[in-house]
Design a protein around this ligand. Structure first.
Ligand code: FRU
Length: 583
């Protein structure tokens, strides 16, 4: 059988071998058992087992067994013919013990690839005390958060540690491949919202299921009994059913213990997930906001463990073309007034304005028990008017009472097909939210790059690069104004202000690689909610994304792009343009 090893993979293998002299030695024995199972037996002395993955291979499932008991289980696309990348399996807890991996290749796997004895993975699976942490992909963002390796979707449990000035970002993570599955809470930290440090996995699947999305709160008074200032995480444990569970951390969010009384909230609803817990100052209790099919439910608790149903919202309001997921609830000031209103974020998939996923929101009042919407029932409001902005939620305890939010920069229509391998998906930049009143008298959420992100703006330059910030000013005119980002291969992103129709459009149909999904090539459009004499626009460009922000926060638009070379030209008809490097 031929083994096709990519050039990158050979470099990786050579690096691994040179890093660890013992790595080349086979540290496990294999026995193929029956038609569908392979048993791998080892007594680890090194920290990691490096697993070769083929992104398009079918999934095998692994049960990790010690002394006859299952200690972990996960799925993985072990490389049959080609090795796309390597993922580390952490053997720290099993050092010195005899471990059996019972790898099951189900019938459909067997039908596609019957001869598992000849898979390339067996030759290149090695034990090592380190793994390759280098960043090898051309589309890896420079200043957006992305996982060091593997798959990422929703941001989870984000909280700001004010004492140490650290932003914690947890996220839906598959450590065993760059496609969705095996959901863990991955973890990264940052002091500036630009540079991120990868941290060990925060919460791993247990017998109650994989770890779906959720939130964290600092339990200042110790209501839950885990001590004052414990960090309490809420997530959905997902297997045959979805139920809410909790975990707590007494070391500032670096490690978590799952609560022995889990789950804390169950229901008969099949889609019952993504708990967002907030302090309810109106009633002096905790409130949990939960997505249940196409409605949002509100629960309350004194001790964070016992939850009582309060109310529900959703029937007849907004878009119902998909499942409501990842809710959030916060109070915002209406700019230029002394008024506050409440905003209920409710991510929806599908049903987004350009297909697939998007972040819908409702403006209203919350009396501590019930959310009352002030929007017209038919009105559909979106926090971002691009195709790649989903699962957006806000940071707990953000400084200066700000509401700082962040979204997953992808879309379920094609998230698993994106043309990166070592990692898949990144997050948007952090955004500060407030409220404004548009020209029709409607409340809308104003979205601006957080001031921490603006601090990344470096020196002025004449050339556009793969990671740049661009500021544009253009007077409203009769003719359309057009902004084009392009490269020498003729690939381009075209943005158009149509002053007559009062719209802004971003067209990525000729932006580079688009053929990986029929749903990717698209133009997205937003109404210019506030008329102005001069429009200001800020663009955040980073290897495979363009985020456009109206200068006054009236709207935002986020789209992925995969140019075969970075865009190195920008042209602006009828306006001025300044390009900044990233610091
Ligand atoms: C949203 C979502 C959540 C769920 C998670 C699973 O993208 O479907 O509702 O908790 O992803 O990874």
């Amino acid at each position: 059988m031929k083994h096709y090893l990519s050039k990158t993979f050979l470099i990786v293998v050579l690096t691994i071998f040179s890093l660890s002299a013992t790595a080349a030695a086979k540290s496990f024995s294999l026995s193929h058992s029956g038609e569908f199972n392979t048993l791998l037996t080892l007594t680890p002395t090194e920290r990691y087992l490096l697993l070769p993955v083929e992104d398009s291979a079918p999934e095998a499932s692994v049960r990790v067994i010690i002394d006859g008991a299952q200690v972990a289980t996960f799925t993985i696309r072990l490389a049959a013919d080609n090795i796309d990348y390597v993922v580390p399996f952490d053997m720290q807890p099993y050092l010195g013990k005899q471990v059996i991996w019972d790898i099951h290749f189900p019938l459909y796997h067997f039908k596609i690839r019957p001869d598992r004895r000849k898979f390339v993975c067996w030759d290149f699976m090695v034990a090592s005390d380190s793994y390759d942490r280098s960043n090898r992909e051309a589309w890896r963002p420079a200043y957006h958060h992305s996982p060091q390796y593997g798959w990422m979707n929703d941001p989870n449990g984000m909280y700001y540690d004010a004492l140490n000035g650290v932003w914690h970002l947890y996220y839906q993570f598959n450590p065993y491949g760059s496609r969705w599955g095996n959901m863990h809470w991955g973890h990264s930290t940052s002091t500036d919202l630009i540079h991120w440090t990868a941290q060990p996995v925060a919460i791993a699947p247990d017998a109650l299921g994989t770890i779906f999305s959720g939130s964290c709160v600092i339990d200042k008074r110790g209501d839950a009994g885990f001590g004052k200032n414990a960090l309490v995480a809420f997530y959905t444990g997902a297997d045959q059913s979805q139920k809410q569970s909790m975990a707590y951390s007494v070391d500032g969010g670096m490690t978590f213990n799952t609560y022995s009384g889990n789950p804390v909230l169950c229901d008969t609803t099949p889609d019952f997930r993504d708990p967002k817990v907030i302090w309810n100052s109106k009633r002096g209790c905790w409130t949990m906001v939960l997505a249940c099919q196409q409605e949002i439910r509100f629960y309350s608790s004194q001790d964070l463990k016992t939850w009582r149903y309060d109310s529900r919202f959703g029937e007849g309001y907004g878009n119902h073309s998909g499942v409501w997921e990842c809710p959030d609830l916060f109070e915002l000031k209406v700019e230029g007034t002394n008024q506050n209103k409440w905003v209920l974020l409710c991510n929806i998939n599908p049903g987004g304005p350009f297909g697939g996923s998007a972040t819908q929101y409702f403006v209203g009042d919350f009396d501590g028990t019930t959310f009352t919407c002030l929007d017209d029932k038919k009105e559909q409001k979106w926090l971002d008017y691009g195709k790649d902005h989903y699962a957006t939620v806000s940071w707990h305890n953000a400084p200066e009472g700000r509401v700082v939010a962040l979204g997953w920069m992808s879309n379920w229509q094609y998230a698993n097909e994106l043309p990166t391998k070592q990692f898949r998906s990144q997050n948007t930049i952090a955004r500060d939210l407030s409220l404004y009143v548009d020209d029709k008298g409607e409340y809308r959420v104003a979205v601006r790059p957080s001031k921490e992100t603006m601090a990344a703006k470096g020196a002025k330059t004449n050339t556009l690069s793969a990671a740049s910030i661009v500021e544009i000013e253009m007077p409203a005119a009769k003719k359309n104004a057009v902004i084009t980002l392009s490269n020498d291969r003729g690939e381009k992103v075209t943005m158009t202000y149509n002053f007559k129709k009062r719209t802004f459009t971003m067209d990525r149909t000729k932006s580079g690689k688009t053929a990986f999904s029929k749903q990717f090539a698209a133009a997205t459009v937003v109404p210019l909610f506030k008329a102005k004499d001069t429009y200001r626009l800020t663009l955040f460009i980073d290897h495979c994304s363009v985020e456009a922000f109206d200068g006054e926060g009236a709207w935002a638009m986020t789209n992925l792009v995969f140019p075969n070379e970075p865009y190195n030209h920008i042209s602006v008809t009828n306006g001025t343009c300044q390009i900044f490097e990233i610091k």
